[in-house]
Ligand binder design. Structure first.
Ligand SMILES: O=P(O)(O)OC[C@H]1O[C@H](OP(=O)(O)OP(=O)(O)O)[C@H](O)[C@@H]1O
Ligand SMILES: O=c1cc[nH]c(=O)[nH]1
Ligand SMILES: [Mg+2]
Length: 207
């Protein structure tokens, strides 16, 4: 599928398996999720544009490069928070915005309950993070809101994606790349990803 990048690094695959394991407790789940997110961001930011700049070394002036645009990280609450620290470790100068979305259990419809975004989203490279892409309803709401607020350069980063969610995002946002560590088989009747890893938010926060 074009625009969908499955990052299959051995360390990511190893840790993802630990995250899938039902016996992994919240403390370990949190650590592993942050670690995998950090490993994924290297690939997810590979195509960020840089521009030439000059730098003075202790010995002489030379040419280097710097990121062309500011980076904005947007974790989708709650589960996206589990990816934030791992990504911030690699992009410490990034700004951070938040979108709070909760999927209603019976309808699987996602509803907003929080938003905190900087002004002038046009100037950012926006990296939206959420470990789970299931029906795609939450991702679409997040993308709709961010584009409505002016974001032009967006990329999604997930841990586990269902084909249903990928199709939903790619059909409405064909130019937004989707990075994931795995594409799973599909959804069960309650909208959970199979085999998946269960409810990421609950496992992260022990609820
Ligand atoms: O693709 P979808 O069908 O919309 O499902 C995916 C969403 O469901 C989960 O969040 P949830 O609503 O459980 O909130 P939480 O992170 O607070 O647990 C997950 O973190 C995604 O945001
Ligand atoms: O499998 C799923 C689907 C939605 N949200 C989750 O946390 N897990
Ligand atoms: Mg949840």
């Amino acid at each position: 599928m074009t625009g969908v990048i499955v990052i299959r690094h051995p360390l990511i695959r190893h840790n993802l398996t630990r995250l899938r394991d039902r016996r992994t407790p919240p403390q370990e789940f949190r650590r592993l999720l942050a670690e995998v997110a950090g490993l994924m961001v290297y690939e997810a930011t590979r195509s960020l544009r840089v521009r030439r700049c000059e730098v003075e070394t202790p010995l002489e002036r030379t040419v280097g490069c710097e990121l062309e645009r500011e980076v904005l990280l947007v974790p989708v609450l709650r589960a996206g928070l589990g990816m934030l620290d791992g990504i911030l470790r690699l992009i410490p100068h990034a700004r951070v915005g938040f979108l709070g979305l909760r999927r209603e259990e019976s309808t699987l419809e996602a509803a907003f309950y929080h938003e905190s975004l900087p002004a002038g989203l046009e100037r950012f490279e926006v990296l939206v993070m959420d470990p789970m892409l299931a029906t795609g309803g939450s991702a679409l709401k997040a993308l709709d809101r961010l584009t409505q607020a002016g974001a032009r350069r967006l990329r999604m980063i997930h841990l586990v994606a269902a084909p249903e969610g990928i199709r939903a995002v790619r059909s409405r946002y064909p130019r937004v790349p989707v990075f994931t560590a795995a594409i799973d088989r599909g959804l069960n009747e309650r909208g959970f990803i199979l085999p998946g890893l269960g409810d990421a938010g609950d496992r992260l926060f022990g609820t």
